[in-house]
Design a protein around this ligand. Structure first.
Ligand SMILES: N[C@@H](CCC(=O)N[C@@H](CS)C(=O)NCC(=O)O)C(=O)O
Length: 476
């Protein structure tokens, strides 16, 4: 391999940064480490991650890769000659991705609340944090590592959080040894057996001092601080108490006769992604429309954590989260219509933008249709800013991935079915404001039966949005 230039923009206490450092160490890659001042961001950081402006950023031969989980996948794909981080079975891979996504969506935010909130909110986060760890402990089971015998992606995704446990124990009043002994043994195993971990994780006492500083900065001791947690404190708790068993993605007791079943809801942008991917691969499947106000036992059993559609059930095993399902489909049915570009950098880019859709675009689009007044005005601006980013990413290419329709096209095109609603409630003129993106939507619909056969009638979706607006009291 030619000489690799690897630079990591990072911050010592960041769990996300630690993931990348551990992955680099696992692969034995030498790199330059550049500590960042997060209160005074460097030009290099701002230029390398203009969308989120966050560390970690890995700059490989001059090209930046952002978002820790995407970076770890990139590292695994580029340096694939040693220490593979993923299990080879697509289902196990999907499970590792699911739990890593769970860590980012839930564990991180709840962890922040442990030291930045007080009173009832604090107590709720404390319980919720313990419940999350118990779910992860259930996933570990009696295996030495999450991936089985070998340390891998999910271990890397979680182990950095353990360096914050001393701080969480202090401010969250959590006795980790007592609450999750198996998980603590796993943590000790990682530290003892893996130099990549022991050399990377900072001292827990240092993190505690850092957290003390943050509490002072945020004035937690004097004022009630409300952080941006969007999770209800009872969701996970209820789940644990209802099911009482270890959650496993394959813990599905309902007999499933068909090979491929899709639990879905017709207006779901996330569900449409899966339908398009299945159509691209010409996979026959049994479509089961779900009533989201009265969820079926099959849905609750198949996605006990989020209780959301879409869920793909393949040979009796459920896979959840649309972007993970689409990757799974691409990996299992890999004989036709590849959805990913072959180059790891292009792959990372497609993943980055798909993740951006999930993190930002979806919610902003919802706000556009359901909020009023100043909040509505703010979402209008945000929505157009996002759309312009996509227009720029597309450039003059026919599809996001270049000449062929792929993962990012699959991730974004379902939004088109909501365009009439966005246009009406956002008072946009998309043809005028983002002509290239509109030309791309037309291209997808004209050239891809997988798209034209999947997207529902725009007027029907618009009627549905109107119904939602009435329900939320935005409209009489
Ligand atoms: N991140 C998930 C989002 C799935 C999602 O938000 N599903 C919605 C329908 S669009 C749902 O099931 N809502 C019902 C609920 O949350 O109770 C994915 O990509 O699959």
């Amino acid at each position: 391999m030619a000489k690799q230039e690897v630079l990591l923009l990072d911050f010592w206490a960041s769990m996300f940064g630690m993931r990348v450092r551990i992955a680099l160490a696992e692969k034995g890659i030498s790199y330059e480490y550049s500590e960042q001042d997060l209160r005074n961001k460097s030009q290099l950081l701002l230029e390398s991650n203009p969308v989120h402006k966050k560390i970690p950023v890995l700059i490989h031969n001059g090209k930046p890769i952002c978002e820790s989980r995407i970076i770890v996948e990139y590292i695994d794909e580029v340096w694939n000659d040693k220490a593979p981080l993923f299990p080879s079975d697509p289902y196990d891979k999907a499970a590792a991705r699911f739990w890593a996504d769970f860590i980012d969506k839930k564990l991180y935010m709840i962890g922040r609340n442990l030291y930045l909130t007080k009173g009832e909110e604090h107590e709720a986060s404390r319980q919720e944090y313990i419940d999350c760890l118990k779910l992860l402990e259930g996933e570990l089971g009696d295996k030495p590592y999450f991936g089985g015998q070998c340390f891998g992606y999910l271990d890397i995704s979680l182990v950095p959080f353990c360096s914050w446990f001393e701080a969480y124990a202090t401010y969250g009043k959590i006795n980790f040894e007592q609450e999750c002994p198996k998980l603590m043994n796993w943590f000790k195993r990682c530290v003892q057996n893996k130099e990549s971990v022991s050399k990377t994780l900072p001292d827990g006492q240092k993190i505690l001092e850092f957290v003390q500083l943050m509490r002072k900065k945020f004035g937690v001791d004097d004022l009630y601080l409300h952080t941006a947690s969007v999770y209800t404190s009872t969701t996970i708790h209820n789940h644990l108490h209802k099911h009482k068993t270890v959650v496993n993605m394959s813990n599905n007791t309902t007999p499933v006769p068909k090979q491929v079943i899709l639990l879905d809801y017709w207006t779901s942008i996330y569900g449409m992604r899966v339908r398009i991917a299945l159509a691209e691969k010409c996979i026959p499947y049994d479509y089961q429309e779900q009533d989201l106000r009265n969820k079926s036992q099959l849905l609750l059993d198949s996605n006990p954590i989020h209780k959301q559609i879409p869920v793909l059930i393949h040979n009796g095993k459920p896979i959840c989260e649309s972007s993970i399902i689409v990757e799974y489909i691409d990996e299992v049915w890999n004989d036709k219509a590849p959805l990913f570009p072959s180059h790891p950098y292009d792959k990372a880019r497609a993943r980055f933008w798909a993740n951006f859709i999930d993190k930002k675009l979806y919610q902003i689009g919802r706000n556009l249709c359901t909020l009023k007044g100043e909040e509505h005005e703010a979402s209008r601006k945000e929505f157009m800013d996002c759309i312009k980013l996509f227009e720029k990413e597309l450039g003059d290419k026919p599809y996001f991935g270049g000449e062929s329709f792929g993962y990012l096209d699959v991730s974004l095109i379902p939004f088109y079915s909501w365009f009439q609603a966005y246009e009406t409630y956002g008072k946009f003129d998309f043809d005028h404001e983002c002509p290239k993106l509109i030309a791309w939507t037309k291209r997808c619909i004209q050239n891809k039966e997988s798209v034209s056969n999947t997207l529902p009638d725009l007027q029907k979706v618009f009627d549905f949005v109107q119904y939602l607006r009435k329900k939320f009291g935005v409209e009489d």
